[in-house]
Design a protein around this ligand. Structure first.
Ligand code: CO
Length: 134
């Protein structure tokens, strides 16, 4: 059911410093910062030949990643995003098997404007999973 790895998201305390690490030490191609107030994050995209890393910094008081940063002050891996062809079919299959879908189960536009869902980390080896309709 799942297809390509779309991205790995890493929450960081200092976006400019993290972008500089990836650019200057790892030699990666990094974008400028994009503020996404509707998602409560500012993001830098790190483009790799086979996938993308998203560096996320909290934006605003109600950022969904602020609490994560409180528990992981140095930053850390936040979620993995897999592509699916049909997100509602994927949701129905997962829900029928007892997997927990976060946020009520209705797909919402994600950081790329495509419908996404998040799956409970306790059902997937301790990893928060995002599904994005490709
Ligand atoms: Co994501």
């Amino acid at each position: 059911m799942i297809g390509r790895l779309n991205h790995v998201a890493v929450v960081v305390p200092d976006l400019a410093a993290a972008a500089a690490r990836y650019r200057d030490l790892l030699g990666a191609s990094v974008s400028g910062p994009h503020a996404l107030p509707e998602h409560g994050v500012t993001v830098v995209f790190v483009d790799l030949p086979n996938t993308r890393i998203e560096l996320l910094e909290p934006l605003g008081d109600h950022s969904p990643v602020r609490e994560f940063l409180g528990r992981n002050p140095a930053g850390g891996m936040h979620h993995i995003c897999y592509e699916v062809a049909d997100i509602r079919a994927a949701r129905d299959r997962l829900a029928a098997a007892g997997a927990r879908i976060l946020g009520g189960g209705e797909p919402r536009p994600g950081a790329h404007g495509k419908p996404v869902l998040f799956l409970h980390p306790k059902d997937f080896c301790g990893t928060l999973i995002e599904l994005e309709e490709a």
